[in-house]
Design a protein around this ligand. Structure first.
Ligand code: AMP
Ligand code: GLY
Length: 431
C-alpha cells in the first residue's frame, strides 16, 4: 500500500475529468484541481478546487504549495507551453508533464519535424519550414503533389489546412497570406486512416496504451471544419479494426525512438499517426493526453495511475500497464455552432440519471450557482465501455439521452457503418 499522496491536477476539460476519475479511484490519492472553468465532474472528485487559468504559472505554483502537493498532472498543452511543469519542479513538486522546452515537440510544429529529421525518428513526412509566407506560396506552386499547411504554433487542432482535402492550392495560399502566422510548416499530404497511440513516459520507460481513433471533423461523414475532436473509439485489444498488430508495434517503436532521443521526457507522449500503404507516418506528437482519447484510455486502465506517478517521481521503472480488455466509444456533446461560432454562455442541462451504464465526463462547461453553462469548447462526453465496439457504441448512444437542448453530437462515431468504411479504405490503399 502506498502512503497518501497529494496530487494537483491542472485543467478543466473532459480529459481532465477522466484523469481525475482515474486518480481518485486510488484511495491513496488526495486530489486537488485548478482550471479556468468549474467542471462539476472534477470538483465532485477533488478535495479542493480553485479557479485559476491554465497558464497562470505563479498562481498554480502558489496553489500547489498551499495544498502541499507532492505531485502534479498537467492536462492541457497551453499549460505546458507556459512553463507550468518547469515552475512546479522548481518549487519542489514533481510534474507529470514535460517542461516547456521538451513540450515543443507539440507546441512548435517546425521544431517537431526538425527534431524528427535530426534524430532519424521513423515516419517523418517530407516537409519544409517557412517564415516568409510568399516563399511558402512559391513552394506550393512548385511542389509536385498535395501539401498540408500547418501553422508552427498551437491552434487547438484547428489551424491545419490540407490541400486536396479541405482547400485547393489557391485557397491555401490565400489562407497563408491572410493569416498572420510567423512560421508555417508545409508537408507532404499523408493519405490513409488516422490513429492515436498514447504512452506513459518517465525515467526512459515507455508504457503504451491501446490505439484510439479520434474524429476531428465537426459533422457526420467526416464533413465540415476540424474540431478538437468530436468523439473516438478503441477496441478490446491494442489495435483498431483497420490495423494489424505490426502497425501498432511500429507506432510504439516511433514513440520509443522519441524517448531515446529525449531521455529526460516525462508525462504522456501522444503520437498521431496516418496509416497508409507503407505503414504508419507521424501526423504529429502531443505532449499530453488527447481529448477525447483520454476518455477512452483511462477507463480501461486497471493499473493505478497514482502508482505510475509515484514510480515516475521516485525514479523507478514504471509499472507494466494492465488493461480491462474492453472496447470504448466516446461521443462529445458540443455547443451549437462549435467550432466556428460556438454559442458560449448558454445554460444547458445534463441529466446524469440518463447516462445509465456509460460514463459521463464533463468538459468545458462552467458550473455556476444557478446551473451549468457552455463555454466556447466541448460540453460533455459520454463513453460506452463494453466487450465490443458495437456494444460500447450502443451504450454511448443511449447515454446521450442525458443531453438537454442546445447541444450537438456526431452520432456516427463508432458505428458499424463508419468502421466498415475505415476498413474498406485501408483495404483499398493496401490493395
Ligand atoms: P494537427 O494539428 O497536426 O493534429 O493536424 C490536425 C489534422 O490535420 C490531423 O489530425 C490530420 O487530419 C490533418 N493533417 C495534419 N498533417 C497532415 C498531413 N501531413 N497530411 C494529411 N493530413 C494532415
Ligand atoms: N484529440 C486530439 C488532441 O487532443 O489533440
Amino acid at each position: 500500500m502506498s502512503n497518501s499522496e497529494t496530487v494537483l491536477l491542472v485543467g478543466g476539460g473532459g480529459r481532465e475529468h477522466a484523469i481525475a476519475r482515474a486518480l481518485a479511484a486510488d484511495p491513496a490519492c488526495d486530489l486537488y484541481a485548478c482550471a479556468s472553468n468549474r467542471n462539476p465532474g472534477i470538483t465532485a472528485l477533488a478535495a479542493g478546487f480553485e479557479t485559476i487559468g491554465e497558464t497562470a504559472v505563479e498562481d498554480i505554483v502558489a496553489y500547489a504549495t498551499d495544498v502541499g502537493a507532492d505531485l502534479a498532472v498537467i492536462g492541457p498543452e497551453s499549460a505546458l507551453e507556459a512553463g507550468v511543469a518547469d515552475a512546479l519542479v522548481d518549487a519542489g513538486v514533481y510534474a507529470f508533464g514535460p517542461g516547456a522546452d521538451a513540450a515543443r515537440i507539440e507546441t512548435d510544429k517546425a521544431f517537431q519535424r526538425e527534431f524528427m529529421e535530426a534524430e532519424s525518428i521513423p515516419g517523418c513526412p517530407d516537409f519544409a519550414v517557412f517564415d516568409d509566407m510568399e516563399a511558402a506560396c512559391e513552394y506550393i506552386d512548385a511542389y509536385d503533389g498535395d501539401l498540408a499547411v500547418k501553422p508552427a504554433g498551437l491552434t487547438g487542432g484547428k489551424g491545419v489546412k490540407v490541400i486536396g482535402d479541405q482547400v485547393n492550392e489557391d485557397e491555401a495560399k490565400a489562407y497563408l497570406r491572410e493569416s498572420d502566422y510567423d512560421r508555417v510548416v508545409l508537408e507532404e499530404r499523408l493519405v490513409g486512416e488516422e490513429f492515436t497511440v498514447q504512452a506513459f513516459v518517465a525515467n526512459g520507460d515507455v508504457r503504451p496504451t491501446p490505439a484510439v481513433q479520434d474524429h476531428k471533423r465537426a459533422y457526420e461523414g467526416d464533413e465540415g471544419p476540424n474540431t478538437g475532436g468530436m468523439g473516438s473509439y478503441s477496441d478490446a485489444g491494442p489495435e483498431l479494426p483497420f490495423m494489424t498488430s505490426e502497425d501498432y508495434a511500429e507506432a510504439v517503436e516511433v514513440l520509443e525512438a522519441v524517448v531515446d532521443a529525449l531521455p529526460e521526457y516525462r508525462g504522456i507522449l501522444y503520437g498521431q499517426f496516418m496509416l497508409g500503404e507503407d505503414g504508419p507516418k507521424v501526423v504529429e506528437f502531443n505532449a499530453r493526453f488527447g481529448d477525447p482519447e483520454a476518455t477512452n484510455t483511462l477507463p480501461v486502465l486497471n493499473t493505478s495511475f497514482l502508482d505510475v506517478l509515484t514510480a515516475a517521481r521516485d525514479g523507478d521503472s514504471l509499472p507494466r500497464l494492465e488493461f480491462a480488455g474492453k472496447a470504448t466509444v466516446c461521443k462529445y456533446a458540443v455547443p451549437e455552432g462549435y467550432p466556428t461560432d460556438p454559442k458560449s454562455g448558454a445554460k444547458i442541462t445534463v441529466d446524469e440519471e440518463s447516462v445509465g451504464d456509460a460514463l459521463l465526463f464533463y468538459a468545458s462547461v462552467d458550473e455556476r450557482e444557478d446551473g451549468l453553462y457552455t463555454t466556447t469548447s466541448r460540453s460533455f462526453a459520454v463513453v460506452g465501455v463494453a466487450d465490443s465496439i458495437a456494444e460500447a457504441e450502443a451504450q454511448a448512444e443511449r447515454a446521450l439521452a442525458a443531453a438537454g437542448d442546445g447541444l450537438r453530437v456526431r452520432h456516427d462515431v463508432g458505428t458499424a457503418d463508419l468502421l466498415q468504411r475505415r476498413i474498406d479504405h485501408m483495404n483499398e490503399l493496401r490493395g
